[in-house]
Design a protein around this ligand. Structure first.
Ligand SMILES: *Cc1c(COP(=O)(O)O)cnc(C)c1O
Length: 812
């Protein structure tokens, strides 16, 4: 490793010459980015090798975290931070005429995920490596990640995300470790002479799974774990060699295309499952490659198969990788010769499952016919798991048909993936206290009653390294200067900041840093969207996927309401605000796209009206992503976490904001409840129905949005503006669907019901913000209490309570 700045400059210049054939003075920023990447990977590889060797020799248990999504974002800055090289490299580059910040921008933002679920997986990898746990990710190397969002005339347009068109410096292709995955064909059970049944699988289609490894660098230690992303390729079969006629080549090319399709693109639906065959192929492709690989690793230890669960934990992030359960059974029985019981014990003891949602449209089920034709052997095993499970239920609850029918894995011609996941694993966890309670008491009550010992809570977290230390360097520096640097390894120590609650000079510095970040964002928005905003206004931010339950619409209706007030009464008392949105809608989600259009319509009315110009602005930042979040969050005053209570399993955006001193404006939903517990009523703004009230309404059907509309003038006036002639509708039918959703279809997400308490709470915020000292104190309390939401805490809980592992990496 280079020892100092001069040494770095030397190595960097050499790197430019040896790998790119360039001198420093003729190198472009992209050249410099690539040279820096190459220089760092040289260093990382040394520890990577050491870590792998150590894991192999120590035979320590390895965790394999299976996820269809890893929303890792950019790695350069984070790797430098974790390697403790940020300052050396930044200063060295400066002297060579490069800006590190500019170079970081040259990296593709790896968008291999939709939102919270994929980002959680990325935070977990960072915490695993930083705490020295042997934990690795298995995912898919999508050729196209989350689509690029463009806004044209206020409408979302999706463009393919060509993230690999720039060289990706962090991955290593390992073709020598490629595996085969089989689809389709026929399966027959054949009786051997010995009397044993064996499985003959014929006429299948074979795909080559080629791993691309991305190193996961631990913070200030020597642990480098692995994120292994699988890419689908055609097998080097002999069809091509034998091909002589042109048509054979054409067939081969077509065949090759159809196989490569498997890792072509990420499905862009958040919290919605479409039941598409290609998606099922992707899921099996991931788990088959991963399970084979995990077993291969284990077999290098030369231990009896029954000890597999002592050496490997297989975790499934939501049900998408649930086919891991029958796939492990298949390999243990068909390829390793174990009997059912033995294989089942091993499987259950190694698998654990995280539930991420109770939204019914997000629960995965697959038509039996599709599973059977695409994965005939896997279907047989699922069927057998189901038969045996129902049999044990029958013994436990004789005659209780209803219970057995509702617990079954296969029902109504569909395979229920959540049921498979619960039955096949030893641990099922929710992602926040409230969410786990809802699982136990309602959504999965019947499973909880049957297997209470399997259920547990693991409240989500975020890595404070990316979201505080890297995203907000001035704040991190202030914290360290004030309470020392122990918080970096023990984020709970952020509580030591509470002693500055009454300290004027500290509070002023906190304020200055927020202001500095707001000014940076102001400049960015001018540059990116050509909108001028007022850095002294309240920055009120809602950035997350666009979804009905997240209620961006509630926020939008509030802005319309404020605008109306300002127009009706120029003396209307209101602290200047900037409303900032960032959100992608699933391409097929009509309602969500209409809300994007509405926000843009509101923005163009508000931003172009001289009468309100100095009081409010509305900004929709196109193409929301991890790196966009890193810019916005440190500059935020108000964190909008306004989902319909009971719908947001946890949220993790809420935690990032809290850690950066924003105040939450939220419903008592997901982890907002735990934020509230930590900071108390004075340091958070809560409003709206409780989850019990919401769930009660769903049960009894007593909610009438029409009644709210009839009784509340503010609601009626605002909603009418969507469909009658107004600055927002101009008499067109653009927003009829939104109106219908709220009135005709009775407002599934209680937007109107919560409207009054939302606008009242917003008015209170307007007032409170004027007391700068009080506001800074709120901000301080939020930062100080946010340590619990470091994913280090979350990972320590998973490690000790689910995976049963201790740190075993190289901690220096
Ligand atoms: C954290 C994060 C999310 C999750 O945000 P929620 O508000 O919890 O839904 C989604 N997308 C990106 C890019 C993120 O960084």
């Amino acid at each position: 490793m280079f020892s100092d700045k001069e040494d770095f400059k030397q190595s960097f210049s050499e790197k430019l010459e040896t790998t790119l054939g360039k001198k420093v003075d003729s190198a472009t920023e992209t050249d410099a980015y690539r040279a820096l990447g190459s220089l760092l990977t040289d260093e990382i590889n040394k520890n990577w090798l050491k870590t792998n060797k150590h894991y192999q020799e120590s035979k320590e248990k390895q965790v394999y975290y299976f996820s269809m999504e890893f929303l890792i974002g950019r790695l350069m800055g984070n790797n430098l931070l974790n390697m403790q090289l940020l300052n050396t490299v930044r200063n060295g580059l400066d002297e060579l005429g490069f800006s590190l910040t500019e170079l970081e921008e040259k990296e593709s933002d790896a968008g291999l995920g939709n939102g919270g679920l994929g980002r959680l997986a990325a935070c977990f990898l960072d915490s695993l490596a930083s705490l020295g746990y042997a934990g690795h990710g298995y995912g898919i190397r999508y050729k196209y990640g989350m689509f690029d969002q463009r806004i044209i005339d206020g409408y979302q347009v999706e463009l393919p995300d060509r993230w690999l068109s720039k060289e990706y410096v962090w991955e290593v292709r390992r073709p020598e470790e490629a595996l085969e995955v089989r689809f389709g064909g026929e399966v027959e059970m054949v009786e051997e002479k010995s009397g044993a049944l064996t499985c003959k699988h014929t006429n299948y289609e074979q795909v080559r799974a080629v791993p691309y490894d991305v190193p996961v660098v631990g913070f200030d230690n020597e642990t480098v774990n692995t994120l292994r992303l699988w890419s689908a390729e055609a097998s080097e079969d002999d069809t091509l060699k034998k091909a002589s006629k042109q048509s054979d080549f054409d067939n081969f090319l077509e065949h090759k295309r159809s196989l490569e399709e498997i890792s072509e693109f990420l499905y862009p639906d958040d919290s919605h499952e479409e039941g598409k065959r290609l998606r099922l192929k992707q899921e099996y492709f991931l788990v088959s490659s991963g399970v084979q690989n995990a077993l291969d690793n284990f077999e290098k230890l030369n231990l009896p198969l029954t000890t597999f669960p002592d050496h490997a934990a297989l975790h499934i992030n939501d049900t998408h990788p649930a086919l891991l359960i029958p796939e492990l059974m298949r390999i243990l029985m068909d390829e390793r010769g174990l009997g059912w019981e033995e294989a089942w014990d091993i499987t259950q003891a190694s698998v654990s499952y995280t539930n991420h949602t109770t939204l019914s449209e997000a629960l995965e089920t697959w038509p039996v016919g599709m599973v059977r034709s695409l994965l005939p052997r896997i279907f047989m095993i699922i069927d057998e798991i189901n038969e045996r499970f129902c049999q044990t239920l029958w013994e436990r609850y004789p005659g209780d048909f209803d219970r057995i029918a509702s617990l079954a894995i296969i029902a109504d011609g569909h395979v229920k993936m959540a049921h498979l996941s619960i039955v096949g694993s030893h641990s099922v966890n929710g992602v926040a206290k409230l969410h786990t309670d809802i699982l136990k008491k309602r959504e999965m009550k019947i499973f909880y009653d049957t297997f209470p010992e399997r259920f547990n809570n693991k409240t989500n977290g975020i890595t404070h390294r990316r979201w505080l230390m890297h995203a907000n360097e001035p704040l991190s520096a202030l914290i360290t200067e004030s309470i020392g640097d122990q918080w970096v390894r023990q984020p709970d120590r952020l509580q030591d900041l509470l002693k500055y609650k009454e300290d004027t000079s500290f509070l002023n510095r906190l304020n200055d840093i927020k202001q500095e970040k707001k000014e940076e964002l102001t400049a960015f928005i001018k540059d990116y969207s050509n909108i001028t905003i007022d850095p002294s206004s309240i920055f009120d931010v809602q950035i997350k996927r666009l979804h009905g339950y997240k209620r961006q619409l509630l926020n939008a209706l509030h802005i319309m309401h404020l605008y109306n007030n300002l127009k009706a009464n120029p003396n209307f008392n209101m602290t200047p605000r900037t409303f900032i949105f960032g959100a992608k809608a699933a391409p097929s989600y009509h309602f969500a796209k209409k809300v994007i259009k509405l926000i843009h319509t509101i923005a163009s009315v508000v931003n172009n009206d001289p009468a309100v110009r100095n009081r409010m602005k509305v900004v929709f930042l196109e193409n929301y992503s991890v790196s966009m979040a890193e810019r916005i969050i440190p500059a935020t005053n108000i964190s909008e976490q306004i989902s319909t209570a009971s719908k947001e399993a946890s949220g993790t955006g809420n935690m990032k904001f809290m850690m950066n001193g924003a105040i939450t404006l939220g419903t008592m939903d997901g982890a907002n409840v735990e934020i509230h517990d930590l900071v108390g009523d004075d340091h958070i703004y809560t409003f709206g129905l409780s989850s019990d009230e919401v769930l009660e309404y769903y049960k009894n059907g007593f909610y009438s949005s029409r009644k709210v509309y009839d009784e509340d003038d503010r609601v009626r006036h605002t909603l009418d503006q969507l469909i009658h002639y107004s600055p927002f509708s101009k008499g067109e039918t653009e927003f009829q669907d939104i109106y219908d959703n709220l009135i005709t279809y009775n407002d599934e997400f209680f937007v109107l019901k919560d409207f009054a308490s939302y606008i009242d709470t917003q008015a209170k915020i307007s007032e409170d913000y004027l007391d700068t000292r009080l506001w800074n104190e709120k901000s301080l309390v939020n930062i100080a209490r946010s340590g619990k939401f470091s994913s280090d805490r979350t990972i320590q809980e998973y490690a000790s309570e689910i995976w049963k592992i201790e740190p075993s990496g190289i901690l220096k």
